[in-house]
Write a protein that binds this ligand. Structure first.
Ligand SMILES: Nc1ncnc2c1ncn2[C@@H]1O[C@H](COP(=O)(O)OP(=O)(O)O)[C@@H](O)[C@H]1O
Ligand SMILES: [Mg+2]
Length: 419
């Protein structure tokens, strides 16, 4: 495929240098990228490059742009910052802050693979931070003071990003709505019927699963499922898409299977209220649920700081993440191609075209490695670039040795013969 060759990494994409693919989903490819600012500093970013067929869909594009514009107004510690939105090579993209760590799904998978339980206090911390992000987004107003009316609509573990510093950040605000618009207008004949089902049914509120208009209370319900699953240590709804959708519509949520939590009834009461089928009886807002959860955390003595969560992550996964990061840095460094010397043979054009930007990027990466070395307490990255071999110095050193040996032999000979 002609496109496949163009999509090799590293590659330039507008002002970004994409150097690592970190994810792919039904609607986009996710890349790690570097961008150079005017002062020469470089930043790592994430580029969500929307798939061509969606980028070309007018209904989707219009809604994505509208939603991304709203999301770009959000500034909060618990929300992944959207910094840029544009179209490049005919594809829509969203540039956002890079959260170095895991999404919650990946974290849970790694914990289970390594047979490490997620301490309950951290489970509570994650849900608490998710609620803080939701509450902020739900309340957000535009410059004119009018509420933006933001609802996430697709709160699920893969949209909860966790950094190695123990930060919890929500991403993909409003994307589900754009996908809904695409389903309404898309060419796919079955799309209109699917339009209300955009989002992950495993975390859907009953009203969402029934195809009704959702409001912020749908996000409260999803946060309730997160709390239930993190407490129970298993998924709430299991089955194929169709079965899960039916379960989401029925919203018959069982009591927690484990009974050894501190102040169990208080915890169960929070779950019951967040997961009420009729949204009129649910927590009216994320803030209200957060207040209840905070009270529970105090009563059950389950307070955990972000710092403590970060240390837990570093203790268990720093090697993995730093290793991955090292590889990514190397990948970026490999974007430097030797200058093309004119030999009369065909030169590789993309390599030369990328050279100047790639050099700058590598310098920034090297600088970052140097910084991380000097930071107290920071672990040195495991992977390092191989130091360049000073070939010319090696050659002249050889001659120096030969001269010295010959000189010494001549001196010895002179003295011996002289005697
Ligand atoms: N800003 C980001 N920082 C770090 N990783 C990210 C970021 N955005 C997305 N990712 C990673 O890319 C994965 C795929 O993202 P996405 O396309 O939204 O698919 P999904 O449907 O699984 O949420 C995420 O689950 C996460 O691991
Ligand atoms: Mg996502």
């Amino acid at each position: 495929m002609a496109d496949a060759a163009n999509r090799e990494l590293p590659r330039n994409f507008g002002k970004y240098l994409l150097f690592d693919r970190i994810g792919a989903g039904g609607m986009a490819e996710i890349y790690l990228a570097r961008v150079q600012d005017e002062l020469g500093g470089a930043r790592r970013m994430v580029i969500k490059e929307i798939l061509p067929q969606l980028s070309a869909d007018e209904g989707f594009a219009a809604m994505l742009i509208a939603e991304a514009k709203l999301a770009a107004q959000l500034r909060h510690a618990n929300v992944v910052q959207v910094v840029d939105l544009g179209r490049e090579e005919g594809r829509l993209y969203i540039a956002m802050e890079y959260v170095e760590g895991f999404d919650l799904n990946a974290l849970l998978r790694r914990l289970s693979k390594n047979r490490i339980g997620l301490p309950f206090e951290f489970a509570l911390l994650i849900v608490r931070e998710v609620l803080a992000g939701l509450d902020y987004a739900h309340r957000a107003k535009g410059a004119d003071g009018i509420p933006l009316g933001i609802v996430h609509r697709d709160l699920s573990p893969s949209n909860v990003l966790i950094s190695m510093e123990g930060e919890v950040k929500l991403c993909d605000f409003g994307i589900a709505r754009a996908l809904g618009a695409q389903a309404e207008t898309g060419a796919d004949a079955s799309a209109p019927r699917r339009s209300h089902l955009i989002g992950k049914s495993a975390y859907m509120s009953p009203e969402h699963a029934r195809g009704e208009t959702v409001d912020s209370r749908a996000d409260v319900f999803a946060a309730g499922i997160l709390l239930w699953e993190l407490s129970a240590g298993r998924r709430l709804y299991k089955g194929n898409e169709e079965q899960m959708l039916a379960m989401a519509q029925a919203a018959e949520v069982p009591k927690l299977p484990n009974t050894n939590f501190p102040c169990q009834e208080d915890l169960q009461a929070i779950l019951d209220k967040a997961l009420t089928k009729d949204r009129a009886h649910r927590y009216a807002s994320a803030a209200e649920m957060m207040k209840a959860l905070d009270a529970y955390i105090v009563k059950a003595k389950q307070f955990a700081s972000q710092l403590k969560f970060g240390s837990f992550l570093v203790d268990h996964f720093a090697d993995e993440v730093i290793g991955v990061r090292g590889e990514r840095e190397i990948t970026a460094q490999q974007s430097i191609r030797p200058p093309v010397v004119s030999t009369g043979l065909t030169a590789s054009e993309p390599a030369t075209a990328q050279l100047s930007e790639a050099v700058a990027v590598t310098e920034a990466v090297t600088e970052e490695v140097a910084h991380s070395k000097s930071r107290p307490g920071s672990q040195p990255p495991k992977t390092r670039s191989i130091p360049a071999k000073p070939a010319s110095t090696g050659g002249s050193l050889g001659w120096l040795w030969i001269t010295l040996i010959l000189g010494a032999s001549a001196l010895v000979g002179y003295f011996l013969l002289g005697r």
